[in-house]
Design a protein around this ligand. Sequence first.
Ligand code: NDP
Ligand code: MG
Length: 381
Amino acid sequence: MKKIAILGATGSIGRQALDIIEKNPDLFTVTALTAHRDSEQLISLAKKFGAKYVGLTGVSGDIELEKKVPKGVDVGFGIRALVESCAAGNPDIVLIAVVGIAGLPPLVECLEHGTNVALANKESLVCGGHIVKEKQKTSKSELFPVDSELCAVYQCLKGVDTTGLRRVILTASGGPFFDWSKEDIANATVEQALRHPNWNMGKKITVDCATYMNKGLEIIETKWLFDISPEMIDVVVHRQSIIHSMIEYNDGAVIAQMGPTDMRQPIQYAFGHPERLESAVGHLDFASLKSLTFDKPDLNKFPCLRHAMDAISEGGAMPVILNAANEAAVELFLERKIPFGGIEQAVASAMSKFAHLKAGTLLEIYNTDTEVKRFVYNNLK
Ligand code: NDP
Ligand code: MG
């Protein structure tokens, strides 16, 4: 029986993780659950799954919540609740499925205490990849990527000799604006940006897919998770999202990881590891797929991907600046305060304005994040 804590339990990944747990009651049990503001759903999930700790991160206290939780269940608030969830009930694995840089403190906490992590949150690695890498040198934690492309690369690289590795090829769905003109994309509405062709995900990552920032963040994740230099990471648009990513050797051989377009597959891979559980989502029927297509990403139409590539080659604080500007700008776009094209502009202007900031230590990362977000909120809405 593995004990699992789920940070971001009320979200898209969190709920799919709970579905896997529900389908495997003999294998998994829940220790802790967190939500940001959705206390109703949090309480009902805590009751259903018997969590002994619940955390509500978006508030500093809530007397009503404390009254409603079952007897014997501990309650925490604010960012501390994420960190406390990593220890409450001694979980064997912590699923970090919160949005944004909020994923970094619990990731560091798990690494410091040798707790295994199923990592869906990408912003934590984008901002703190160098710190994660350093901590991994002495940590007993294993890190299982849940992001489907990263889980694919993990599976392709597992136990193989990487001396002849030529490149890693991340697949991108192309998002809702793949065949739109640049002018139309700049004025896309919130509803249009949220209409992802293949995946049903939280709003922030869905917008990131529409701008292609998501793929840029995944290049940065790949660099840190697998110690692969960015020049060896390519992106190919694959509209069907059946191939989740590939690796290529010098001799031209390509190994691809394929599977149903369903996040429960990588989640159950992380939870079950090293065992492979029976699929909760069915199996591929190749004859009905008919064709798989591939296109080059259009960096002119989707400049956020280029910004992410620039950020990673510049290094230093640039990935933190890119991420912070993007997080703030996506929020403003979802609140209909800036146009879709404003997201890319916010990222570009933050990257040129804040190049002097630092992000060596955790404190510097959080300070840079705060300063860049403040700039975007104050100047661009
Ligand atoms: P959702 O928006 O669906 O869910 C986010 C969860 O985190 C909710 O439980 C939410 O609580 C909570 N939350 C929101 N903001 C904060 C915050 N500032 N601090 C702490 N908790 C917060 O997101 P997704 O499940 O789509 O994505 C989660 C992470 O996983 C992201 O980093 C995303 O990039 C990554 N990911 C997601 C994929 C997907 O298929 N959805 C695929 C690959 C990666 P509440 O409900 O109360 O708001
Ligand atoms: Mg992904």
